[in-house]
Design a protein around this ligand. Sequence first.
Ligand code: NAD
Ligand code: MG
Length: 392
Amino acid sequence: MTRRVSIFGSTGSIGCNTVELVAAGGPAYKVVALTGGRNVAKLAEQARALRPEIAVTADEGSLAALRDALAGTGVEVAAGAQAIVEAAHRPADWVMSAIVGAAGLPPGLVAAGQGATLALANKESLVTAGPLLMATARAAGTRILPVDSEHSAIFQALVGEDIAAVERIIITASGGAFRDWPAEKLATATLAQASSHPNWAMGQRITIDSASLFNKALELIETKEYFGVDPARIEAVIHPESLVHALVGFVDGALMAHVGPPDMRHAIGFALNWPERRALPVERLDLAKIGQLTFRAPDEGRYPALRLAREVMAQGGLYGAAFNAAKEAALDAFIEGRIGFVEMAGVVEDVLEKMTDERRMNAAITLDRVWETDHVARIRANELILARHGQG
Ligand code: NAD
Ligand code: MG
């Protein structure tokens, strides 16, 4: 039977890997929607190969270029954030949510309400609106499958298990680009240095978030929201080899580890093939050659992001939305050269301290409230950055 699939963020790192696996499946899949950002050439190339019903660019200024590139193919074209949300309303059996950042939430929420299968790479939608996303999926009968190496690993370790028998969940962190740098040197870290990951090939934003451990911070919250476990039972450990992705500890003391090469095609393919397992084009590990696996505790003094994630999990409500937006604004500022690498965490911490209107922050999570909180947090972050550095 042909499965109808849509890929949101198809031109990114996760998106391109998803396109590759779907293309390899040939007639098993009918592509409904592909969406991208400014890289219209890549989006058009994918659309020519996969012939979706519609190709959408987030950038309204790129609509004419996309239309030209797909002339004569019969593929519909559209542009803008609203067009992406509309594409999410088109019925599909399997939807990949792989837009980066909070921008992935609106189409992700629509897909969660469709009653099909949602492969969720966009961890920001769980961080900003976890309870809303999970409740929307539950009400619609949508199965959400995590597409983050750690969360796919946890999901796989839990097959056939009772969540009540889980004592702890451990997610691993490579430690990112600066794991072996002395703490004093971090202030000198450049954009190019932060954008190069020792083990994984990923989009630039998540690569920098790996170096600051903000990615692991988002993933602690993602674990809490997706699996519904008490934050006190969730740990992160540094594992430089990136071969063990997560471990689940049970009440009888057993630890089930998921081991595999650092290749997102595993988690993507697992979600695509679920509930079956099929052959995937990933490396098979030679354990004797690898020889040893090492682990060490993260230094929370060096990585304030982990401590901030614990505070956000304790507060709940809209703090996740504020945290994510402040992090995105600080990351933008680092990428644009407006602040240094170690300043990002300070900006996020200061924004959280400013957003303490309890009634507002603890109101029920709705898309409007998430958006308003996101907006305010970005403004606060940019005010703080300007106050520290001025216009230049
Ligand atoms: P990426 O930057 O490579 O790609 C992002 C995609 O989103 C692109 O298609 C881009 O055009 C699109 N996009 C960007 N801004 C947009 C906007 N405002 N509106 C609509 N579309 C927009 O990112 P990535 O590394 O593939 O990551 C995608 C998501 O998957 C992120 O949430 C990330 O945290 C998560 N994730 C990625 C990896 C990985 O290996 N890359 C692993 C785990 C989780
Ligand atoms: Mg991950």
